[in-house]
Design a protein around this ligand. Structure first.
Ligand SMILES: *Cc1c(COP(=O)(O)O)cnc(C)c1O
Length: 361
């Protein structure tokens, strides 16, 4: 057995062991071709099967109705920060954004390249420790944009903002893709870099309601139009075959586990195990996120001082608990516990944190 640690990195992040094992087993001979999936044509029938199944699986797992296009694009979620306004702009109208952290700000910055932007609500004054409540987008917005989970701060939307039927709701769900059951049909566009909750870096999942594909200006470069990729099922040019293949295996695994509802139950149990440690520590561990906005995926917390924080990260490393250092904007520690992190791994971390407190306070 290869050595495996408990990997709490924020992204790229841990992948399910059965997925890695399957990829290893098929590495030299994929689907009886005598070639790796990295070596065969993206037009081959063996690859095509994986490709088409991967898109069908997204729809099936998310319960998406007809009328959505699933796309595998390149350039990361950061590329969607400008492809969203480019493809959804409406002359004379402004988009409305909610600012819940660094990733929202980057999305807003790119949207401003295309015209004025309405920032409807923001939690910046509270160092993004919460999700603004009772957000209501207005009828005259070209589209509405939220960041579903704020990876750096450990906050997540736990309610649907009010959006008029005529306004498309767009969500960056890079760090909470398929973490909990929702009516995904309420979104018009969702996008997510794969490397946090689905697969390796190098591919971005973008799901778009088909009626929106006609909004893009004619003179837009071919590769920047969602409609180009939508019309060709993301096979207009060479797609990142390997990354899509791993995403497909990862969704097979999720389906075997019982799909998103089953995953949500596990994710809630995982998150609770860590928030219980924080809440039961008598103030030794202090959570960054306000309880009503706590993320299921990124648990952020501080210790009484920076020396203890450093010590705790190091002591974790010594116990094969890796990637616990917080982002510099929040400081302290962060445990990213995406779908692929097991309950067992989280329990080991919870136990470690309890022991660390006992020994150091
Ligand atoms: C990581 C992250 C991004 C950036 O993703 P890239 O694929 O690296 O461009 C965007 N949004 C959120 C919420 C993220 O967590």
């Amino acid at each position: 057995m290869a050595k495996r640690v408990y990997n709490f990195y924020a992204g790229p992040a841990t992948l399910p062991l059965p997925v890695l094992e399957r990829a290893r087993d098929e590495l030299l001979d994929f689907a009886g071709t005598g070639m790796s999936v990295m070596e065969i044509s993206h037009r081959s029938k063996e690859y095509d099967k994986v490709h088409m199944e991967s898109m069908a699986l997204v729809k099936e797992l998310m319960g998406l109705k007809d009328g959505y296009k699933v796309m595998w694009l390149q350039g990361g979620a950061s590329t969607q920060f400008y492809q969203v306004p480019l493809n959804l702009q409406v002359p004379g109208k402004k988009p409305q954004y909610v600012n819940t952290g660094v990733w929202s700000k980057k999305a807003i910055k790119e949207a401003k390249l295309y015209g004025e932007v309405d920032v409807l609500a923001s939690s910046e004054s509270g160092n993004f420790s919460y999700i603004p409540q009772d957000v209501k987008f207005s009828e005259d917005a070209s589209y509405a944009h939220i960041t579903g989970n704020n990876t750096i701060y450990g906050t997540e939307w736990h309610y649907m903002p009010k959006v008029p039927d005529s306004v498309p709701l767009v969500a960056d769900i890079s760090s909470n893709l398929m973490d909990k059951n929702e009516d995904f049909n309420k979104y018009a566009v969702i996008y997510a870099g794969a490397q946090k909750n689905l697969g390796p870096a190098g591919v971005t999942l973008v799901v778009v309601r088909e009626d929106l594909l006609g909004r893009v200006p004619e003179n837009t470069p071919t590769m920047q139009k969602w409609s180009t990729m939508a019309a060709k099922d993301s096979l207009f040019n060479t797609p990142p075959c390997w990354a899509i293949y791993i995403c497909k295996l990862s969704m097979d695994h999720l389906k075997e586990m019982g799909g998103i509802p089953a995953m949500e139950r596990i994710n809630r149990e995982k998150a609770k195990a860590l928030y219980d440690v924080i809440d039961g520590s008598g103030g030794f561990y202090k959570g960054h996120a306000r309880p009503d906005s706590r993320s299921l995926m990124n648990i952020t917390f501080r210790l009484p001082n920076e020396d203890l924080e450093k010590m705790c990260v190091e002591a974790g490393k010594a116990k094969e608990l890796i990637g616990l250092k917080g982002h510099r904007d929040v400081g302290g520690m962060r445990a990213s516990i995406y779908n692929a992190m097991t309950l067992e791994g989280v329990k080991v971390l919870a136990e470690f944190l309890r022991e660390f407190q006992d020994e150091n306070q």
